[in-house]
Ligand binder design. Sequence first.
Ligand code: GLP
Length: 242
Amino acid sequence: EIVIAATPEDAARLVADRFEQAVTAAGEDGITLGLATGSSPVATYRELIRRHREEGLSFAHARAFLLDEYVGLPREHEQSYFRFIRDQFTAHIDIDDATVLSPDGQASDPLAAAQEYDRAIREAGGVDLQILGIGSNGHIGFNEPASSLASRTRVKTLTRRTVEDNARFFETVDEVPVHVITQGLGTIGEARRIVLIATGEGKAEAVAAMVEGPVSAFCPASVLQMHPTVTVVLDEAAASRL
Ligand code: GLP
């Protein structure tokens, strides 16, 4: 399902609607959310925080798994995804902080930590609703081009382009970690529902490759074409090459 909204704000509201519907429908049974970092979902998180504060939308029965984490950044570092998701979203809603889980980027054995995280997602019964952004090179999570379409959570090395894309969050490009732990494409694909949000001209090419290109490891997001329940929410700029 492709939804084209007039503005980035409208796109964020549409994604927030999907979250609200799912969380409300799950009620006290609870829901497992898959959360993404990066700038793309931030407006959605802001809208959900508003609905929590002003309309009583409750996340008390939700738990969450993050997509990815930098290797080697302390948890308290502003750009660690552990910290980012708390600052931008979960600290401002009524979710139990202990249930917001992310890969352990500081583990002495990151390879084992990645496998453990994959197992934890499975043992929790999987993700019910996953929000995704997309990298300008078509990555989801940190699954860079040429990632196996069946990959599990593992350590990856970032491409130069992704390091440069993310340098805006750090003082210098040299501070951007080169290694990450990311849920694999196979892991992400097991989420029961997926909503991907992309806004702005800079994402137009990646969006076109994801939606209209061949399913290929060169555009990791194209694997979503195989998933039965994906909604792609775009603004007009991100949809401009479709
Ligand atoms: C980051 C994250 C992804 C994100 C993507 C796009 O590196 N690992 O989860 O979707 O790149 O980032 P942004 O939303 O800031 O454009």
